[in-house]
Design a protein around this ligand. Structure first.
Ligand SMILES: [Zn+2]
Length: 488
């Protein structure tokens, strides 16, 4: 938000673009307000609070932790943000717990619940210790039955609450695996009885859209998307768009996704249902498809998988603050020597991925290339990654697309940290952007799934269009919300 404002006043953006950016900001807001339909100011507050909380937590979490969370996120998640390890923790309030179990002034002191949040390095014994309870108490709970096994696999961000009586004896324990899944252990004489409690969230559709201003990541946050969703969006389109080098200030995205609510409060995000990304005038669209067997994939409307044989930018670009001025050939490298690759300026340590499935042909060091890795994808294609600060694969290893093979560095003949990436066809250096049409075709939806696919995608297309249309109409009577927008 700040960055957006800074851009508006910096004079770096031409007036027409400014207007478009402003209009777009209004558009996003209006869409959300429209979606809320009634109770406009309250919904607005909820949205603003949610967005701020997300930004706040993205900033607050140590970067390593954010990274780890993002790494562990499957591209096709159905309850991404319900994982308590995600930044969502910031949105959790005690009011989301079982109402009857809340710590509250209304409860008698002898029934006080003590709620502990699992920290990094915690185990159950440490939590019992912090609650002032003994190992015997812990064993009593653990012996309550097979459910108790989950207590030995607690994760940071989850909550464990203890209810003690006036003598300090443990009466009950509550373990919140997520906001939707808890187990209660209630004392029954000298043992505990486990009871699983699960809650079904209410699912609402949400549309978010944005223009790329300073970086895709920042624009995503501004549009109200979580870290995990921005990454998911980038992965969906990562086979078609080079998110480091191809982005332009006129680029825009629209995303339709699920949000989960409990008791009227948002508790997390569901998967992306449909999305479009307009890059340099080309609009790429993707729709979520659930196969008959329950598996999930993203496809274009005509049934081609979004998962391509090669990803375009083989590095973790999300946190690279990619300015549009970044030229295809980095100024570090003048024309003194032939340059036959693509350079991605990125901080040392940025994870580098295998662009596609294959086998590591070389993982070695040379004076000029520094630490480098060569991956053979099949008889025709190979990829090279140079100047790495470290290599995490060795010759002969099988690698999967998106698997980390090393990290950006400046080893060898490099005057600054960057990834030099080469794409070779039959041993000849090639610009992958120029031969996109000749690359191996992505998987198509199987004929046995075609009818099902048609039904699902058609429904999503209609929804997507309806939302987009609604937001266009909203845009026309946008003036009424100007003040609210400014209050952002
Ligand atoms: Zn280079």
């Amino acid at each position: 938000m700040l960055i957006f404002a800074a851009h508006l006043f910096s004079g770096l953006i031409d007036p027409e673009l400014k207007n478009r950016l402003m209009a777009n900001k209004h558009l996003q807001l209006i869409k959300k307000i429209k979606a809320a339909a009634q109770d406009l100011p309250r919904m607005h507050m909820v949205l603003v609070t949610t967005a701020l909380a997300l930004v706040f937590f993205a900033l607050l979490l140590p970067s390593g932790q954010v990274q780890a969370n993002l790494r562990s996120m499957p591209i096709i998640g159905t309850d991404i943000d319900l994982n308590p390890q995600m930044a969502l923790t910031g949105l959790t309030t005690t009011s989301l717990n079982e109402p009857t179990l809340n710590v509250g002034a209304s409860q008698a002191p002898e029934d006080t619940w003590q709620e502990l949040t699992v920290r990094k390095g915690d185990n159950l014994a440490k939590l019992f210790d912090r609650a002032g309870l003994s190992a015997t108490d812990m064993n009593d709970v653990l012996q309550s039955g097979p459910e108790a096994k989950s207590l030995t696999h607690i994760f940071p961000g989850q909550k464990v609450a203890f209810q003690l009586d006036k003598n300090g004896q443990l009466q009950a324990l509550r373990y919140d695996e997520s906001q939707l899944k808890s187990t209660h252990y209630n004392r029954d004489e000298n043992s505990f009885v486990a009871e699983k409690i699960s809650r079904e969230p209410e699912v609402r559709h949400q549309l978010a859209s944005g223009h790329i201003t300073s970086s895709f990541y920042k624009s995503g946050l501004d549009a109200g998307l979580s870290d995990a969703m921005i990454l998911q969006l980038a992965e969906v389109f990562g086979g078609e768009i080079d998110f480091v080098l191809d982005l332009r200030p006129s680029d825009q995205f629209v995303v339709l996704y699920d949000q989960y609510y409990l008791d009227g409060k948002k508790v997390g995000n569901g998967p992306i249902l449909a999305a479009s990304f307009t890059n340099q005038g080309d609009t790429h669209s993707a729709f979520r498809y659930v196969y008959a067997n329950g598996e999930v994939g993203y496809f274009s409307a005509d049934g081609v998988s979004m998962r391509k044989t090669f990803m375009r930018a083989p590095l973790d670009f999300i946190r690279i603050s990619s300015p549009f001025s970044l030229s295809r050939v980095h100024p570090l490298f003048n024309t003194a020597r032939p340059h036959r690759g693509i350079d991605y300026a990125a901080p040392t340590g940025t994870p580098v991925y295998a662009a596609g499935d294959g086998r590591v042909l070389q993982s070695a060091f040379s004076d000029s290339m520094g630490n480098y890795v060569v991956v053979q994808h099949n008889g025709t294609y190979s990829t090279k990654y140079l100047h790495l600060s470290k290599r995490t694969v060795k010759a002969g290893d099988r690698v999967k697309q998106h698997q980390v093979i090393g990290a950006v560095g400046s080893t060898g003949w490099a005057t600054g940290p960057h990834l030099h990436y080469e794409f070779l066809v039959n041993g000849v250096h090639t610009n992958p952007a120029k031969i996109a049409g000749k690359l191996p075709q992505a998987e198509r939806i199987a004929s046995s799934e075609q009818r099902r696919f048609g039904d699902q995608v058609h429904a999503l297309q209609n929804q997507f269009a309806a939302y987009a249309n609604e937001s266009k109409l909203a845009r026309q009577d946008a003036t009424s919300s100007d003040n609210q927008h400014k209050s952002l």
